[in-house]
Design a protein around this ligand. Structure first.
Ligand SMILES: O=C(O)CCC(=O)C(=O)O
Ligand SMILES: [Fe+2]
Length: 211
C-alpha cells in the first residue's frame, strides 16, 4: 500500500446502524479531552494484543464484524477507538502512537484503519488529511460505510466539521511489535474518562502532555 487505500460500501447497512446505537449506548463513551489534538470529541479506547482479541469480542461483540474485516494478520497489538465529532469538532495534525504510554520506545503503527460508521449527508469539513513529511498525499471525504487504511507513519488531521449532525469513525492503530515491546502492552485494557478517577486523570495528563 502506498500512503492509503479507500474501500466503499464495505459492510451491511444494518450493522452500521447497530454499531452506531451500541457505541452511543456504551457507558465508556464520554468526552475525550485528554489529548490536546482532539478538540470537542467523544470516545473511548480498547488496547489489546492479538491474544486478547477474544476478550474484546466478548465484551464488545458489536466490534467483531469490523475487526474480522480490518485487522491485519501480520499485526499483534492494537489500539481501537470510536471517535465522535460534531459541528465545530476537529483533530489537529498528529501521528498515531497511542501505545507509547505503555512502551516509551514503541515504533509507529504498521497501519491505521478507519471505518466511517455515520457521516452527515452533505457534510462540510470533516475531511481526513494525510501528509508525508514533505507533502500532502491524500484527502479523504468520509462517507458512511467506507473504510480507509493509511500508513502508520503519516501525519494526519481532521478538518473542522462545519455542518450539524454527527461524524462517527471507528479507528484502529495496528502495530507489528517485537517480542520485547509486546511484553509491555496489556493483553486487554480499556481507557475511558468514565472509568478513570480524577486523580488518575490529572496524573495521566501530566505524564502524557506535560500540563
Ligand atoms: O476519524 C478520522 O478520520 C481519523 C481520526 C484520528 O486521526 C484518530 O482517531 O487518531
Ligand atoms: Fe489519528
Amino acid at each position: 500500500m502506498k500512503y492509503y487505500q479507500l474501500q466503499t460500501n464495505i459492510l451491511p447497512n444494518y450493522y452500521l446502524n447497530d454499531l452506531w446505537g451500541e457505541i452511543n449506548a456504551s457507558p465508556y463513551f464520554v468526552i475525550n479531552n485528554l489529548n490536546r489534538d482532539f478538540i470537542n470529541t467523544k470516545g473511548f479506547s480498547v488496547v489489546f494484543q492479538r491474544q486478547g482479541l477474544t476478550t474484546v469480542e466478548q465484551k464488545f461483540p458489536f466490534f467483531k464484524p469490523y475487526l474480522d474485516l480490518a485487522l491485519q494478520p501480520n499485526c499483534n497489538a492494537f489500539y481501537l477507538n470510536p471517535l465522535l465529532l460534531k459541528e465545530g469538532s476537529r483533530v489537529d495534525p498528529h501521528i498515531d502512537r497511542s501505545l507509547r504510554s505503555y512502551c516509551k520506545t514503541i515504533e509507529l503503527p504498521h497501519l491505521v484503519s478507519v471505518l466511517y460508521v455515520r457521516v452527515p449527508e452533505n457534510m462540510e469539513g470533516g475531511e481526513l488529511v494525510l501528509k508525508s513529511p514533505k507533502r500532502q498525499v491524500g484527502q479523504v471525504k468520509p462517507q458512511t460505510n467506507s473504510l480507509v487504511y493509511f500508513q502508520g507513519d503519516l501525519t494526519h488531521s481532521v478538518n473542522a466539521v462545519r455542518t450539524s449532525g454527527y461524524r462517527l469513525s471507528l479507528v484502529c492503530e495496528q502495530y507489528n511489535l517485537s517480542g520485547y515491546e509486546l511484553e509491555e502492552i496489556p493483553e486487554f485494557t480499556l481507557e475511558s474518562r468514565a472509568t478513570e478517577s480524577r486523580a488518575t486523570q490529572s496524573a495521566t495528563k501530566k505524564r502524557k502532555y506535560g500540563y
